[in-house]
Ligand binder design. Structure first.
Ligand code: TRP
Length: 371
């Protein structure tokens, strides 16, 4: 039985186990030879990869590559979602052709909402925030699983790939990977396989390395996709370079458990007002501090358990030296929980105020991304 169910809102406890179970390699070794400017990479938040060397090579030689990833338009866009947005924009700035898939078929099959509502959420929440964060229309293909393109040649090629993929996998294989499998899940999986592979079709620019940045819970889908790609290449029906991928850890929710779109008090949304954010952090962010001031001064706080510290680590304190000082002062008991929360709030409210202004301007640019 698989250890990850990509459709269950569970915490992933042990990232090391994932490395071995899914043949994922340590990203730390790549970072040493690559780019220390990217905070998510440098801090090991992006902790694993498969075949990233191929992407590295193309970046170095300035040869073409693409990035494809997908989103479930499930609700409010929050700080956890921003991690993936930052990666998308990072690859766009490196010159990659960008493919962003709105997994509306998957979300519908998982009973998240109606198709209409999913489309609206994808645009009003995800796309607008991506644009405000810096996504540009050039070389960017933002599409919906349910309506791939106005160009019927492209749409047909995508759907042909979905259909033919099913022959390359058996029911037993699906059961072994996903455990409890349903028709809706099977359709979602076959769409995702085609999402990941289709940038290499002639209709979409032809064979090239593709990197797929995802959260660690998507590892089962990537393994299956690589198997199917190899099957197609072997039978000479298609000729794919196996997709590369990277895996990031999840930011903890405010309550110290999983951040989830269905619980507003587990996240900070990028549209939250200053007042709401203050309340969320001060009242709801789980603290790694001690019960009494005396005990805190004596024993110190636990940064690893403290959600405010974790938010600084994952996103809001870019300066490694400053972060280390916050970490050490908190751990020694010099810095109190209230003070730590103020440090985070200052960063967070400043970011959100600027971001929300950019969001207003982004609304006019939606049509540059959708057909
Ligand atoms: N299953 C992904 C999720 O739950 C969404 C998705 C669909 C996706 N197609 C994809 C992710 C292709 C990466 C690549 O978020």
């Amino acid at each position: 039985m698989a250890t990850i169910d990509p459709w269950k809102a569970e915490d992933i406890g042990n990232y090391d186990k994932l490395l071995s179970e899914f043949g994922i390699e340590d990203f730390g070794k790549i970072v040493r030879r690559f780019d220390k400017s990217n905070m998510l990479m440098r801090r090991n938040i992006i902790f694993g990869h498969i075949d990233f060397e191929r992407i590295l090579n193309n970046i170095k030689k300035k040869q073409d590559f693409a990035m494809l990833t997908g989103l479930m338009p499930s609700g409010k866009f929050h700080v956890g979602h921003k991690m993936l947005a930052d990666q998308i924009i990072y690859y766009q700035n490196l010159g990659a052709k960008i493919f962003i898939c709105v997994a509306d078929v998957e979300a519908y099959n998982m009973r998240l909402a109606s198709m209409e509502k999913l489309r609206r959420t994808a645009i009003d929440e995800y796309l607008i925030n991506y644009i405000a964060l810096g996504l540009k229309p050039k070389n960017c293909d933002f599409y919906f699983q349910s309506s791939r393109s106005k160009d019927s040649k492209k749409t047909n090629a995508y759907h042909k790939l979905i259909s033919l993929s099913s022959k390359k996998v058996t029911m037993n294989q699906l059961k072994a990977i996903y455990g409890d499998i349903t028709p809706g899940k099977i359709m979602s999986v076959m769409h995702q396989v085609a999402d990941i592979l289709h940038p290499e079709l002639p209709e979409f620019g032809g064979k090239k390395p593709v990197v797929v940045p995802v959260g660690a819970d998507q590892a089962p889908h990537l393994r299956l996709t690589r198997d199917i790609a190899a099957g197609f290449t072997k039978s000479k029906e298609y000729d794919f370079i196996p997709p590369s991928s990277t895996y990031h850890k999840f930011m903890k929710g405010l309550n110290g458990h999983k951040m989830s779109s269905s619980d507003p008090y587990s996240y900070v949304a990028l549209t939250d007002s200053e007042k709401v954010v203050k309340e969320k952090i001060i009242k709801h962010a789980f603290s790694g501090g001690r019960d009494t001031l005396k005990e805190h001064r004596e024993k110190g706080g636990i940064p690893e358990l403290d959600v405010s510290y974790q938010m600084l680590y994952f996103m809001f304190e870019e300066d490694d030296k400053k972060l280390k000082k916050i970490h050490d002062d908190y751990k020694s008991g010099k810095l109190l929980t209230g003070e730590l929360k103020q440090i985070l709030l200052e960063k967070l409210t400043k970011f959100l105020a600027t971001h929300q202004e950019k969001r207003e301007k982004a609304k006019d640019k939606i049509h540059d991304f959708t057909d």
